[in-house]
Design a protein around this ligand. Structure first.
Ligand SMILES: Cc1cc2nc3c(=O)[nH]c(=O)nc-3n(C[C@H](O)[C@H](O)[C@H](O)COP(=O)(O)OP(=O)(O)OC[C@H]3O[C@@H](n4cnc5c(N)ncnc54)[C@H](O)[C@@H]3O)c2cc1C
Length: 642
């Protein structure tokens, strides 16, 4: 063990100013405790921001600019071309071969039904675990624009194996060390993470701390040259003895991340908690109990102007795109299982594949797949370019997980009827796998609110925080614009907001060139652009109306966030599809954009829409959707002589 002196922990921030959230909560009558906790989360977020160059921070992100700038930068919503270096492509092909081989020879899982050690070792030999590790440290340095679509391919062969690449490379130990490790730490950890000698997991959640990360209790105290960790973690994916984990714990009351090598067997200081879990059935997911568990002090990751949550948020961003990529693979599997069945099953003398309702399901599913592909391509482009991409990745996560849930239940299950529930059926065997992504890496509605808060933060700080502070100084709890005395008291802080509102109402908004787009997709992109450009007044009106109580108006925040999300999905999907040469893919993009438009406008579908969905479903049933080419379809269960 190294005898280098224990690293010192940088303070979070000295004497922090009350944040927007903190001010709002305090003035809104919340307890000091809640205000303090929200303020801590808010400051952790600010610290993540400062890790990025100003041009890549949230206020410069595509979504922020689309909503708040007068000129919408269309080009920031289009994905880069995928260009995978040859060496990376070889690793990917070898990895896919390994998993196909084990799948076909039925050796993918061990006796407990988990991915077998031999598979993990063969994947290590193929270079799979080092895809995201820089070449300097023994990896392959895959760009995310290549890695994420590759996960979609892997998920079509085996979704759990795709999930493990994300657990290891995005949220596990790889990303924290790559992004925050010192050179010495990178040299020490990355080669063995790349080679697969050590696979990794990420241990954040605790029995009392899931959505609320300010409730973390696991602590580490420095004794000599090691930290002794005490506490309990819950729901940790891919944790078994001998793994390395990114462990989030409190050091001196501040969140920190230690890279902890778990011993080869449980002992007094480290024990696993086993429980039955329906989801992630092909991998291990355990609780961990630590009692004075030793971790070398040199394994603490240092964040110059941040803390452990800064590290956690960074990896989760990548994990969220990976989740959307896996969803795109899973949905292809669902479609591949629907097609032969829809063709085979006849009712009232006709194959159900010829029925409008079933064709519409196929069309809808194709639309969800293409939109997920679009979000994956777009978000990974942004991350490769250096953007923080928090709001964009949240949208990918929410849309991916919700699409997969809908695809499984509304589209696949209904089409397969009673056979959906047979043992051995794609849906019945995996139903929990399709639902759980809505919860892990952040439950969707909670993330939707986080997106909203990020989107309004600057506007709030610029225009509403001064009002809040002036209210407090004047001893007022609320402000009524109809009350001249109120207006007079706050006039100095109201003038800038009045100017902004007037400017917003009078402004002529524009956008950069859309480029060549088929007519239907151009229409969707234009609709989305206009919608995004109308959001500032909608959002600001809600902020003005609810003032300091906005943090409590979760349903309104969710609703506004949902609108932004739909518009963004439309724009990214239209631009992505315009670059695809296949007509069916473009038609699928058109279909999902039409659906989203109707959800946003509340308009009823007309017959033209139904005809177009029927036509698209017919093409898909005829095997013309190239996106599922090569995906193995399921055997039809309980076949009978028609
Ligand atoms: C299959 C699986 C794998 C996982 N893998 C990992 C892993 O590898 N590592 C890891 O660290 N964690 C992991 N998790 C944990 C996961 O990230 C958490 O379950 C998730 O963050 C939600 O936390 P929770 O379950 O404690 O929900 P809770 O915090 O108990 O929240 C329950 C629900 O209450 C609602 N809610 C909570 N707070 C609020 C609020 N302020 N306002 C409104 N509504 C609210 C939300 O709808 C939320 O979903 C995994 C979970 C599962 C199911």
């Amino acid at each position: 063990m190294s005898t280098s002196p224990p690293p010192t922990i940088p303070p979070i921030e000295s004497a922090p100013e009350a944040s927007f959230a903190e001010t709002a909560l305090k003035l809104g009558g919340k307890s000091e405790e809640e205000a303090r906790r929200m303020g801590a989360v808010d400051r952790a977020d600010d610290q993540v921001e400062r890790l990025f160059q100003p041009q890549y921070q949230t206020t410069s992100s595509p979504i922020h600019r689309a909503v708040w700038d007068r000129m919408l930068p269309v080009e920031l919503f289009a994905p880069a071309e995928e260009s995978t270096p040859a060496a990376v492509q070889q690793v990917m092909s070898r990895s896919l071969d390994v998993v196909r081989r084990h799948r076909d020879s039925k050796s993918l899982y061990n006796s407990e039904g988990k991915i077998a050690e031999t598979v993990l070792a063969d994947l290590a030999g193929a270079g799979y675990w080092g895809l995201l590790v820089d070449r300097e440290f023994g990896g392959h340095g895959a760009p995310l624009r290549s890695f994420m679509p590759f996960l979609t391919q892997m998920a079509q062969v085996d979704p759990t194996t795709a999930g493990l690449a994300s657990v290891h490379g995005c949220i596990g130990a790889v990303d924290p060390v790559r992004a925050f490790g010192s050179y010495e730490q990178k040299r020490r950890f990355l080669p063995r993470l790349a080679s697969g000698e050590r696979l990794s997991a990420f241990a954040l959640t605790e029995p009392g701390a899931g959505s609320d990360l300010t409730a973390l209790k696991t602590r580490a105290r420095l004794v000599g040259n090691q930290y002794l960790v005490t506490g309990e973690k819950l729901f940790i994916t891919n944790v078994t003895p001998g793994r390395s984990i990114g462990l989030v714990c409190l050091i001196d009351d501040k969140p920190a991340v230690l890279i902890a090598d778990l011993p080869a067997a449980e002992n007094e200081q480290f024990q696993l908690v086993k429980y039955g879990l329906y989801a992630l059935k092909h991998t291990y997911n355990r609780g961990i109990v630590f009692r004075d568990f030793p971790v070398p002090a040199e394994n603490l990751l240092q964040v110059p102007k941040g803390n452990g949550l800064t590290i956690a948020y960074h990896g989760l961003n990548l994990g969220r795109v990976a989740l959307c990529a896996s969803a795109a693979g899973n949905m292809r599997l669902l479609m591949a299982s629907m097609l032969p069945w829809a063709d085979f099953r006849r009712t009232y003398g006709e194959a159900i594949a010829r029925r409008e309702l079933v064709r519409r399901r196929l069309a809808r599913l194709a639309g969800l797949i293409v939109a997920c592909d679009a979000l994956v391509a777009w978000c990974s482009t942004l991350l490769d370019q250096g953007y923080r991409g928090e709001m964009e990745c949240i949208i990918a996560k929410i849309f991916g997980s919700e699409s997969q849930k809908e695809a499984a239940i509304e589209l696949c299950m209904k089409t397969h009827g009673g056979r959906s529930f047979l043992h051995g059926h794609q849906f019945g065997d995996n139903v929990h796998e399709y639902l759980a992504p809505c919860i892990y890496e952040g439950e969707g509605e909670m993330l939707g609110m986080a997106l909203f808060k990020s989107l309004v933060k600057q506007h709030g700080t610029e225009f509403f925080e001064p009002v809040g502070k002036a209210l407090a100084a004047a001893g007022m709890k609320t402000f009524s614009p109809a009350n001249p005395a109120h207006v007079w008291k706050l006039r100095s802080v109201l003038v800038p907001y009045a100017k902004w509102t007037l400017g917003e109402k009078l402004a002529r908004k524009s956008h950069s060139e859309l480029g060549p787009l088929p007519e239907a997709l151009r229409g969707h992109a234009t609709f989305a652009i206009r919608g995004l450009q109308q959001m500032p007044l909608e959002i600001s009106t809600a902020m003005r109306k609810h003032q300091l109580k906005l943090a409590d108006r979760q349903c309104r925040m969710s609703e506004l966030s949902g609108r932004v999300q739909k518009l963004v999905v439309m724009l990214a999907t239209a631009l992505y599809a315009a670059k695809q040469s296949d007509e069916v893919v473009r038609a699928a993009a058109d279909a999902i954009c039409q659906d989203l438009t109707r959800e946003l406008t509340g308009r009823r579908p007309d017959d033209r829409y139904f005809r177009s969905m029927n036509q698209l479903g017919e093409s898909i049933a005829a095997g013309k959707f190239p996106a599922i080419g090569g995906v193995n379809s399921d055997e039809i269960l309980m076949k009978y002589e028609p």
